[in-house]
Design a protein around this ligand. Structure first.
Ligand code: E4P
Length: 217
C-alpha cells in the first residue's frame, strides 16, 4: 500500500518526502485556498517534489467544462504525475469517461457510498476517494465503507484503486490499510502523530544518558 500526503503546503510535502514514506500528494480547492498561492504555480511545484501521483481538482460543474479544464491544467503543468480530481456527480462521471478515453488519469472525489464508488469505477476512474472522517462526523463508519468498497472491487476484479481520504487519526490510516485501501492520503499532522511515540522519545533519552554516563562519546 502507499501513503500520499493530503496538503498543498510545499514545506510539509518536502519534509514528508525527505522521510521517504510519501509516494504522492492529493490537493483540493480548500487546501489550495489555505496556502494563498496561485493554483498552477502550487501544483506545478508539488510535482517537482514528489515522484508519484499529484491530484489537482477541477472546479467546473458541467462535464464538458471539466474535460476542458483538465486539459488546460495538463497544458499548463507539464507533468506525467498529474491526476485530475473530479467530483462524484453525473457530470463528473461523464468527464471521467471522456478523460479515460484520452488516457488521462482521474481521481473521483467526495465518495460517500459503495454505489458511488462502483459508478466511478465503471466510468473508468483510476482512483476513487471515499472520505472517512466526514462520514464519521455524521455518525456513520468511514472504515466500514472502505471495507465494503474493497470487497466489492475484489469480487468484481475492478482495477480502480481506493484512496482512503478525510483522514483524522493514525487509527484511520491503519484501519483503512487493513480494510483494503491501496492508498491512504493523510494530513501532515497525522503523519507526525504516526512517527512519534512517548516510549521512543524516553528510550532515546535514556540511551543518550547511559552513553554519556559511561564516558563514551
Ligand atoms: C481528499 O483527497 C481530500 O483532500 C481530503 O482528504 C478531504 O478531507 P477533509 O475532510 O479533512 O477536508
Amino acid at each position: 500500500m502507499e501513503l500520499f500526503l493530503d496538503t498543498a503546503n510545499v514545506e510539509e510535502i518536502r519534509h514528508a518526502a525527505d522521510m521517504g514514506v510519501i509516494c504522492g500528494v492529493t490537493t483540493n480547492p480548500s487546501l489550495i485556498a489555505r496556502e494563498g498561492r496561485d493554483f498552477y504555480e502550487t501544483v506545478a511545484e508539488i510535482t517537482t517534489i514528489v515522484d508519484g501521483p499529484v491530484s489537482a481538482e477541477v472546479m467546473s460543474e458541467k462535464g464538458a467544462d471539466m474535460v476542458r479544464e483538465a486539459q488546460e491544467i495538463r497544458k499548463k503543468i507539464k507533468s506525467d504525475n498529474l491526476v485530475i480530481k473530479i467530483p462524484m456527480t453525473a457530470e463528473g462521471l461523464h468527464a471521467v469517461r471522456e478523460l479515460t478515453r484520452m488516457g488521462i488519469r482521474t481521481n473521483v472525489t467526495l465518495v460517500f457510498s459503495s454505489a458511488q464508488a462502483l459508478l466511478a469505477a465503471c466510468a473508468g476512474a483510476t482512483y476513487v476517494s471515499p472520505f472517512l472522517g466526514r462520514l464519521d462526523d455524521i455518525g456513520e463508519s468511514g472504515l466500514e465503507l472502505i471495507r465494503e468498497i474493497a470487497s466489492l472491487f475484489a469480487v468484481q476484479h475492478i482495477g480502480t484503486k481506493i484512496i482512503a481520504a478525510s483522514i483524522r487519526t493514525p487509527g484511520h490510516v491503519i484501519g483503512a490499510a487493513a480494510a483494503g485501501a491501496q492508498v491512504v492520503t493523510l494530513p501532515y499532522k497525522v503523519l507526525c502523530q504516526m512517527v512519534h511515540h512517548p516510549l521512543t522519545d524516553a528510550g532515546i533519552e535514556r540511551f543518550v544518558k547511559d552513553w554519556k554516563a559511561a564516558g563514551l562519546s
